[in-house]
Design a protein around this ligand. Structure first.
Ligand code: PCA
Length: 322
């Protein structure tokens, strides 16, 4: 009679659990030491621990698997089971994605959270129609302006080369008369070093991650809005999981969202301090620069409302009421 040895049994168990393991790739466009990526890595670790290794999520940082604008399509088509996107990058697909890129609509974290809550159902519905489920959403820091030269008003930005990362940041350039160049964060350091750009709008964290202080010396803390990243999963990949694995993913995602907002808020001042330590001049915008930028925001808010129609107006009303 065949009696399997303990070793053989152990081996076959191992083989069975290896077979039962599901593997997801999760591309992101930001560096491994950015708080968004660190938060995603913790999410992956939590999922692996909670499922006893049944679901393994591999995070691919710094646009190494897909470039920022390609990640949404990769998740939609299942080329990657999961991925992180900057919602505002997809403004041209639907105005709902553009909402947090509209300057001065939400300038503080509590406002950004309210704007998120107001837009969440519409955003999730839109993505669900494309076969995508939202796992969690985490904010960047308030957007300021980096510039090689000192800037007293937007007139000082006229004609200069301005890096844009989204349709909204390109539109800002157009409205202030700067020359927009679309460059994703992974290529930003090189673009600055070679003089392809002289200014851009982004967060203190991106300035730090890209060593902007080596090329541009001024940061104007305009707090022009708080864009967000969303971590997405292909709905079919999610639906293929068993119930306990699904529950583990959902729980880890909720934890990651809460942790991500907390860390984002805590790190904003730290990033500005780190920039200053490395030679960046952190300026409060002059009254004129602030007024000029708010004027740009007003135009873009009106444009957004026009593009987003009654559904958009309802979201903004709900946001302003809360
Ligand atoms: N950093 C990203 C998007 C928004 C932000 O703060 C970037 O500059 O690409």
């Amino acid at each position: 009679m065949f009696r399997p040895s303990f070793a053989a049994l152990a081996l076959s168990c191992l083989a069975a659990s290896a077979l039962a393991q599901t593997k997801w790739d999760l591309p992101t466009a930001y560096p491994a030491n950015n708080y968004h990526t660190e938060n995603i890595a913790l999410f992956a670790k939590d999922v692996e621990a909670a499922t006893g290794g049944k679901l393994k999520i591999t995070v691919h940082a710094n646009a190494s698997l897909f470039k920022a604008p390609e990640i949404k399509r990769a998740v939609q088509s299942g080329q990657a089971q999961a991925g992180e996107i900057l919602l505002a990058n997809f403004a041209n697909e639907n105005p709902i994605y553009a909402l947090d890129g509209v300057p001065f609509l939400a300038t503080t974290y509590p406002e950004a959270k309210k704007l998120y809550d107001a837009s969440k159902p519409a955003m999730e519905k839109l993505l669900a129609a494309q076969g995508i489920k939202v796992l969690f959403v985490v904010p960047w820091a308030p957007q300021g302006i980096y510039s090689k030269k000192e800037v007293a008003s937007v007139a000082d930005l006229r004609g200069i080369k301005w890096r844009a990362y989204s349709p909204a940041t390109a539109k800002i350039a157009e409205l202030i008369g700067a020359q927009p160049v679309q460059i994703q964060q992974a290529e930003l350091s090189a673009a600055m070093a070679t003089g392809v750009i002289e200014s851009y709008m982004s967060s203190a964290s991106t300035g730090y991650d890209t060593k902007t202080y080596e090329s541009l010396k001024n940061f104007y803390d305009t707090k022009a809005g708080i864009p967000k990243n969303a971590i997405l999963v292909n709905a079919k990949s999610f639906d293929a999981l068993d119930a306990t694995t699904k529950a583990a993913v959902t729980k880890a995602a909720a934890d990651a969202e809460a942790r991500g907002w907390k860390v984002a808020i805590e790190k904003n001042d730290e990033y500005k301090r780190l920039l200053a330590e490395r030679g960046m001049k952190i300026h409060q915008p002059s009254a004129k620069l602030d007024t000029d930028m708010r004027q740009v925001g007003g135009i873009m808010q009106a444009d957004w409302l026009k593009a987003a129609g009654a559904d958009g107006a309802a979201i903004v009303d709900a946001y302003k009421k809360n």
